[in-house]
Design a protein around this ligand. Structure first.
Ligand SMILES: Nc1ncnc2c1ncn2[C@@H]1O[C@H](COP(=O)(O)OP(=O)(O)O)[C@@H](O)[C@H]1O
Ligand SMILES: [Mg+2]
Length: 467
């Protein structure tokens, strides 16, 4: 019998563990705002519910955990190098710009910064590179690299602690050892990087500002001196651009930055594009941005696909070993210009994922919809529309027996997991102050679900049981 066949445990035992886990979650702040509760997200301490989590940790090979961790500093350095190559970014995204309004706005800010020759001397990256283990080839393949709002450092850290607690209580009965759970210090590492960036900025009176979403459901935001973008990665974060959205939005973004005085000001403004103006103002300011507009652009799916083309990594990195390590984790990535791949994807859509230039979950296209969308694009003959997407090899991870906890209830499900490795990077001019892996996020979802976000409701938080 497999040690990790969690479905073999009887109802009573699972019930007891679930009860313990729920008590632990409430006591240790493993909670998020509860959408269904009034006042949640606006009144602190009101309407909280435990974050969705896997009741027991998911097995993961130690070797591949190490491999993923070793990639973090290389990706950090790559992001920094690519961010400095403005011509590469502008060129690689030039066609996406025509097709996608959101990317176009980001590129406009990037162009404006080039025009005024804006230099970011202190550069802070809090990234997260996501991977799945492809079952057939047993290889670690990258899903995407996040350079903005790389979320869940705090909660994922707590889930690791929760699983340790559960195994220290019930481990003997389950045949599992709490010491085998992968260490996770993500939240402290992120905080340390923010604090060090603040310290490099070298003005004790300056604060760190966190840009959050309206009715924020994460409960761990604190205003502090560097600008950290918890929001700003999706069009919804810029609501006043659309009159229709504006009509529905009670509170348009109320924050802006007065760059000259280095503090936040409250501003209620119905000016269309007020959020884009705020974003521009922040980019123009001398604050350290996490991320800068260039770092943000490097994290787009189009750039991921461009970097996977033969010879492109060599443009940014010298170390052949590092290049080989990165390339090994690249899945197949293509633009829709590649007609042979488009034909293949129409024939076998189940082997591909089609991705628009969006972040935050729920945007990708799978299965028969891939075929339909590609056929429609071919029919319309619009090169422009096609440039809004990339195609990616679909990765099929091993399916495991999981117990998923949502809203106080548990269910036995067949699940697959995605491992995110956080990477922190800080440099001031030529001096690299931090460049290291900094904890992980394990997400587990029902194997029947295509998408994977926790906030978007598809996945639950999990930890690693190293094998
Ligand atoms: N190539 C792939 N193979 C299998 N699943 C994928 C692939 N790419 C994405 N996914 C699934 O879709 C989810 C969202 O895709 P992702 O590229 O991470 O976009 P987002 O920016 O929305 O997070 C992932 O968390 C993963 O579960
Ligand atoms: Mg993702």
């Amino acid at each position: 019998m497999c040690l990790f066949d969690y479905h073999r445990f009887d109802q009573q035992l699972l019930h007891t563990i679930a009860y313990d886990a729920l008590v632990w979650s409430s006591l240790h702040g493993l909670v998020v705002g509860d959408n269904s509760s009034q006042g949640s997200g606006s009144v602190p301490g009101v309407g909280l519910v435990h974050a969705p989590f896997a009741l027991l940790p998911t097995p993961f090979p130690q070797n591949q955990w190490r491999q993923a961790s070793e990639l973090a500093p290389i990706f950090n350095e790559l992001v920094d190098r690519v961010s400095l190559d403005a011509a590469f970014l502008q060129h690689a995204l030039s066609r996406t710009k025509e097709a996608d309004e959101f990317t176009s706005r980001l590129l406009d800010i990037h162009s404006k910064m080039l025009k005024i020759n804006k230099k970011e001397e202190i550069r802070l990256g809090l990234h997260r590179s996501d991977y799945m283990l492809d079952e057939k080839t047993n290889s670690l393949l990258q899903i995407e690299l996040n350079t903005i709002a790389s979320s869940f450092a705090g909660l994922s850290n707590l889930v690791t602690e929760l699983h340790r607690y559960i195994l220290s209580r019930h481990g003997k009965l389950l045949g599992l050892d709490s010491k085998s759970i992968g260490a996770n210090d993500a939240v402290n590492q992120n905080a340390e990087a923010l604090a060090k960036a603040w310290s490099e900025y070298n003005n004790p009176r300056a604060v760190i500002m966190i840009v959050v979403q309206a009715e924020e459901r994460n409960m761990d935001g604190q205003e502090i001196s560097v600008i950290y973008f918890r929001a700003g990665y999706t069009p919804v974060d810029y609501p006043s651009e659309s009159a229709e959205v504006l009509a529905r939005t009670k509170t348009p973004l109320k924050r802006s930055l007065d760059g000259a005085r280095e503090h936040t000001v409250v501003m209620v403004d119905l000016d269309p594009r007020v959020e884009w103006k705020a974003r521009l103002l922040m980019e123009q300011s001398s604050a350290v941005k996490c991320p800068s507009i260039s770092y943000h652009l490097v994290g787009t799916k189009k750039i991921q696909q461009e970097l996977a083309k033969p010879g492109v990594l060599e443009r940014f990195l010298e170390n052949k070993n590092d290049i080989a390590k990165l390339r090994k984790c690249f899945a197949g990535l293509w633009s829709l210009d590649d007609s042979s791949i488009v034909t293949k994807a129409i024939q076998k859509p189940e082997l591909f994922v089609m991705k628009p230039q969006r972040e935050g979950g729920g945007n990708n296209i799978y299965g028969d919809d891939v075929r339909e969308t590609l056929q429609k694009l071919l029919k319309s003959g619009s090169q422009e529309e096609a440039a809004a997407y990339i195609l990616m090899q679909r990765i099929f991870p091993t399916i495991s027996a999981a117990v998923l906890m949502r809203n106080g209830c548990w269910s036995k499900d067949h699940a697959i997991s995605e491992l995110g490795i956080f990477g922190t990077y800080l440099r001031n001019k030529d001096k690299v102050i931090i460049n290291k892996p900094s904890g992980y996020l394990m997400r587990t979802k029902m194997s029947s679900s295509d998408e994977g976000g926790v906030a978007s409701g598809f996945a639950v938080l999990d930890s690693l049981y190293l094998t």
